[in-house]
Design a protein around this ligand. Sequence first.
Ligand SMILES: C[S@@+](CC[C@H](N)C(=O)[O-])C[C@H]1O[C@@H](n2cnc3c(N)ncnc32)[C@H](O)[C@@H]1O
Length: 438
Amino acid sequence: MSLKMDIIGLLSQYEHGKFSNILLNDYFKEKETELPGLTRGEKGFITEVFYGVIRNVMFLDYSIDKRVKSIDKLWVRNLLRLSMYQIHFMDSDDAGVVYEGVEVAKLRGGTFIGSFVNGVLRSFIREKDEDIEKLLEEGREDIVLSYPKWFFDEIKWEHKENYLEILKSYKKIPNISVKINKLNYNEEDFLGLLEIKGIKILKKVEDVYYIDSGMILETSEFKRGQITVQDGSSFLAAKYLDPQPGERILDTCSAPGGKSMAMAEMMGNEGEIVALDIHEHKLKLIESRTKQMGIDIVHPELMDARLVDAEFGAESFDRVLVDAPCSGFGVIRKKPEVLYTKKMKNVQELAKLQLDILNAAAKVVKVGGTLVYSTCTILNKENLENVTRFLKTNPNFEVEKVEISPNVNGSFDKLGGLNIFDEFLDGFYMIKLKKIEK
Ligand SMILES: C[S@@+](CC[C@H](N)C(=O)[O-])C[C@H]1O[C@@H](n2cnc3c(N)ncnc32)[C@H](O)[C@@H]1O
């Protein structure tokens, strides 16, 4: 029961504007100092329910508001949300969930709140399937899947054939993915470590492994920088730039440094990667992580990427990666709140910033050099539309088609840009451009 109290507390803090991942990390750290501490199973349960409620909050709130006039206390709403989440989305014993919910309510708010919670949950169990059927008949899949209407309509418009498949896939629980640092570790030892720990590989994409346990983050190999967390899409963006040992590379928007580090490995730690960002504290993360990984060719610099031309001069890099700041709708499995905080207006502002960065970055690429543009979003405004504009004003660039790696689901847009829509990988866009003349 105390776990549920804790989840209610976490959800209330989240509601007051704190980031979900930071909240959960801080909570687990705090629990480490207490005895007996949380078991792995308890941590898993808290993570699933906390994120599950955030991912499905629109449907859960619809189900609550349909049954009650108003709720003054946020903790009661959060108790209902998490109980309904367990009932509808988890393989739970419904009667047990209601019993526990009522006990929590009685303990915190008295008998009256206890019977209120009992009534709402029982009605939800009886009628939820009918509710969903009715919503579907009314064309309100956006509520059933908990997507803001504007976003649902946009994806439906952009992906007429498979929008439901895409939208359902982004509501799934993500799996952790890691990559071995080839500079100081090897695949054989990594596979041996997984076997010892009883960790299973769910999918492999190039050098990235999707695995079934976060236990890997507690190993000394992870702490020593021999294993890093990286998504397959992120790795592919770095791979498509194809950095070579000895070259000079620019990573215009580099923090927290995942792609810079992957590129440094691909280059055998020979050459130079200038890694820019506008946030100093994020650059410090790159410094400490590269040191831990034995990488010394990544040079973080505080700079606005729109100024690279003036700062470095024309044609000063062999290859440039523009992994642009974006709305992040491709990573909503991991950061579900993005869906509710970002609006179309933010998308439009970001699209302008992305194009400005891309235009500036284009100038510092050497003739014959490569420019990769990538985002972790799935909206055409930030991807296809931006690159179309870029190519109109930069006819000295042409698209170089890339191969989709085995095990990856994705499709090419009419320019040759790759949209990744995959059950495991983050939603990403990436396009490889070659500078053909001055
Ligand atoms: C998508 S994240 C980059 C992720 C990174 N490439 C990686 O693989 O770890 C975008 C980054 O762009 C940075 N950023 C935002 N505006 C910028 C600007 N005008 N110039 C440079 N960096 C910027 C953000 O601080 C953020 O760290």
